[in-house]
Design a protein around this ligand. Sequence first.
Ligand code: GAR
Length: 194
Amino acid sequence: MTKIALFASGSGSNVQAIAEAVEAGTVPAEIVLLVCDKPDAYVLERAEKLGIPTFAFKPKEYESKEAFETDIVSRLRAAGAEYVFLAGYMRLIGPTLLNAYRNRIVNIHPSLLPAFPGKDAIGQAFEAGVKISGVTVHFVDEGMDTGPIIDQECVRIHSGMTRDDVQTAIQKIEHTLYPNVIKNLLNGNREEQN
Ligand code: GAR
């Protein structure tokens, strides 16, 4: 069973979806740690209910990004984590983490990258008036949402949909796409997803 860590900053609906897929036996993994940079985030309550060990920290309490990422890496290693899956972790990954987990950090982003990288991708797409948006799962590199794409799925934005409607449609897809990508990645059949 592959040991994985999840990183999140917010509500944690993707963490919940991944944990349920692990529980159901469809994702062959053990979630050994949830890392959260916002100690009051709802994802921590979910993790407690799900029985997932957590590490919550305040970036401002460290002297640098290198310092908190060094702490994270030592906790990941202590937990035996082999992969890191970002699930709404709203912070750019720095060289300390990237070097420790090279090609083993994956992110989910709520747009069809390379369109609408960065914050509030759903709002950006909504404001731009695009008729198709979607979800991207990709490996993390030094850039902002720039790493190699593993899989994507699209969402049609119909006229009359509100921003919240778009968010609901996108998150619904995230909750099946992300566990599926993780399953395939851990099973070593990345190319069979298409
Ligand atoms: C998700 O929609 C995820 O794609 C997005 O944050 C949301 C977290 O929701 N991530 C990014 O925007 C990363 N750039 P959740 O906390 O309910 O899983």
